[in-house]
Design a protein around this ligand. Structure first.
Ligand code: NAD
Ligand code: DAU
Length: 357
């Protein structure tokens, strides 16, 4: 299969969880190639995460909003960008329930702004066929599965249930429409739940790790029987790299870990790993901290991804097992207090009280 040679990458949301892991992946795979990161550094973005790569000059971090059309156009032109990898988003379902407006603004209007700026830039360059716009999306656009339903495929109709997933669905439709209408070489990836280093401690796995280390309750929503399909973040980055270089423009790929687990079983595993790996813990065994709390409104019951297309067409499969990945992740939170401690700010505490009381 012929591979594109993309050299000048603009990564939006590169200071967040998956974006920063992707930038690290790219910098390791292609040393010497500079990467431009556009990130608004919201509560979820952290300039410290890529500070070492900024220091060496491998990454240039531009603090700015993807809704700022002038800024986006200037970045595309000044740095002769040939590919945009678009991670920037409001990404947390619970926050979308508390305040949906920011989700529509960043996820829908922001994606539209990027697509428009990229379209005009691409047309002004004579519509080069090797340019790419890869839009990173989620399995949540497909809605919720029953216990026996087949996994989501690329042809499953969209049925988003939260303001977050609805705003991601809107942005997916825009990316798709720009290919069909203008021929803009867009690609879409829809991925299941990621976990790993640099994950903000509002999402299930990092929240559990941090709370275990602080001896705080481990809040499990509802009956704990909801199912998610977990993928180690480095595997997601490899998949995006593969799609970017090998996929035909206009294509969509589902990505997943083939690791479906009930939330309560996942939390039990995390507790057991923490008991094993941590020397000092305020409360041991960690399972004593598990507390069932009020359910998330509209909580999707089950997600699962059919990844046949990316496996057969692009030869990608997950390489890290859930057991390995969770062990690495617990170890990472144990040894990176300096990264996550400063995130437990007054804003974080205020958010925490609103969600958990
Ligand atoms: P994150 O919340 O950790 O990071 C989002 C980043 O975007 C942050 O650095 C933030 O500062 C930046 N950002 C937010 N609004 C911005 C704006 N208006 N302009 C510029 N930057 C802005 O999110 P994540 O978990 O890394 O997710 C990245 C992408 O992957 C999102 O599009 C998300 O929908 C998608 N996704 C996430 C998962 C997951 O499990 N985390 C799974 C599938 C898909
Ligand atoms: O599926 C992909 C999606 O995964 C991404 O698109 C989202 O950006 C990402 O946030 C994630 O969404 P989820 O809602 O699945 O992830 P979260 O970590 O918030 O929750 C995972 C499961 O754990 C879910 O069933 C809700 C439950 N949960 C979550 C939290 C924060 C709890 O039981 N307790 C909690 O405190």
């Amino acid at each position: 299969m012929t591979e594109l040679s993309l050299k000048r990458l603009l990564v939006t949301g590169g200071s967040g969880f998956i974006g920063s892991n992707f930038v690290r992946h790219w910098a390791q795979q292609r040393p010497g190639e500079k990467i431009w990161v556009l990130d608004a550094l919201t509560y979820a973005g952290n300039a410290k995460t890529l500070a070492d790569l900024v220091e060496t000059g491998a990454v240039e971090l531009v603090k700015g909003d993807i809704c700022d059309r002038t800024l986006v156009t200037t970045l595309l032109q000044d740095h002769a960008i040939d590919a945009v990898v678009h991670f920037a988003a409001e990404s947390h379902v619970d926050r979308s329930i508390l305040g949906p407006e920011a989700f529509v603004q960043t996820n829908v209007v922001g994606t539209f702004t990027l697509l428009e700026a990229f379209r005009q830039y691409w047309q002004a360059q004579g519509q080069p066929s090797q340019f790419r716009f890869l839009h990173v999306s989620t399995d949540e656009v497909y809605g919720s599965l029953g216990p026996e339903d087949p996994a989501f495929s690329e042809t499953t109709p969209y049925a988003p249930n939260s303001p977050y997933s609805a705003s991601k669905a809107g942005s997916d439709h825009l990316a798709r429409a720009y290919f069909h209408t203008y021929g803009l070489p867009t690609l879409i990836t829809n991925c299941s739940n990621n976990y790993g280093p640099y994950h903000f401690p509002e999402k299930l796995i990092p929240l559990m790790c941090v709370n275990m280390l602080l001896g705080k309750p481990l809040p499990v929503y509802g009956d704990g029987q909801n199912i998610r399909d977990w993928l180690y973040v480095e595997d997601h980055c490899r998949a995006i790299d593969r799609v970017l270089h090998q996929a035909q423009p206009g294509e969509t790929y589902n990505i997943g870990g083939q690791a479906e687990v009930k939330n309560i079983d996942l939390v039990h595993t995390l507790c057991d790993l923490m008991d094993e790996l941590a020397e000092d813990l305020p409360v041991r065994p960690c399972r004593d901290l598990i507390t069932f709390v009020k359910d998330r409104p509209g909580h999707d019951r089950r997600y699962a991804m059919d990844i046949t297309k990316i496996q057969t067409q692009l030869g990608w499969s997950p390489s890290v097992t859930l057991e390995q990945g969770l062990r690495q992740t617990v170890q990472w939170y144990l040894t990176h207090r300096d990264w996550w401690m400063p995130l437990l700010s007054a804003e974080y505490q205020s958010y925490y009280r609103k969600i958990y009381g």
